[in-house]
Design a protein around this ligand. Sequence first.
Ligand SMILES: Cc1cc2nc3c(=O)[nH]c(=O)nc-3n(C[C@H](O)[C@H](O)[C@H](O)COP(=O)(O)O)c2cc1C
Length: 162
Amino acid sequence: MARAIVVVGSRHGGTMEMGEWVAQGLRDGGVEAELFDADGAPDPEGYALAVVGGAVYAARWVENVREWTRGHSEALKAMPCWIFSSGPVTGPPFPSDEESVQFDRLLQWTDAREHRCFPGRIDRPNLRAREKAMVIAMRVQDCDYRPKDDITAWARSIALSL
Ligand SMILES: Cc1cc2nc3c(=O)[nH]c(=O)nc-3n(C[C@H](O)[C@H](O)[C@H](O)COP(=O)(O)O)c2cc1C
């Protein structure tokens, strides 16, 4: 059975849970999936494919997954790789997949076959004081737009495309 590595950078847990849904979708499609937090994720070499995801803050992925991706860029470019972002929380209509995050850089590091930007989650009680002030200033409400079924279906289609 093909083995996939799923690596996620998350600040408040929402994107990590999306990583669990990705891993589940891959397994549904017959791929053995291992999920790692970007802090301490292993080298992707030896896996048949990689799916890398990052929470978006100020138009960039969180630092740990940027560092992991940049550090393993050569290996990622040499294997089938898909990337996803967890971002928009302003409600529909959501920006396109390439508008929410500094996508060019992510593509340079990975040669990803596809990038999907899924809407995210805001849970104010969990935010840091500065983050809370920002979302209040931007009038962003508590929300959870993460499309679990779409994410699982996307990952299943990745597994089936192999
Ligand atoms: C302070 C702050 C800044 C954010 N900046 C962006 C942004 O620039 N673009 C975006 O699409 N989402 C932005 N978001 C939304 C987050 O990406 C979203 O809440 C995401 O689901 C958080 O994932 P996590 O729970 O894994 O940290 C921001 C959220 C906060 C609290």
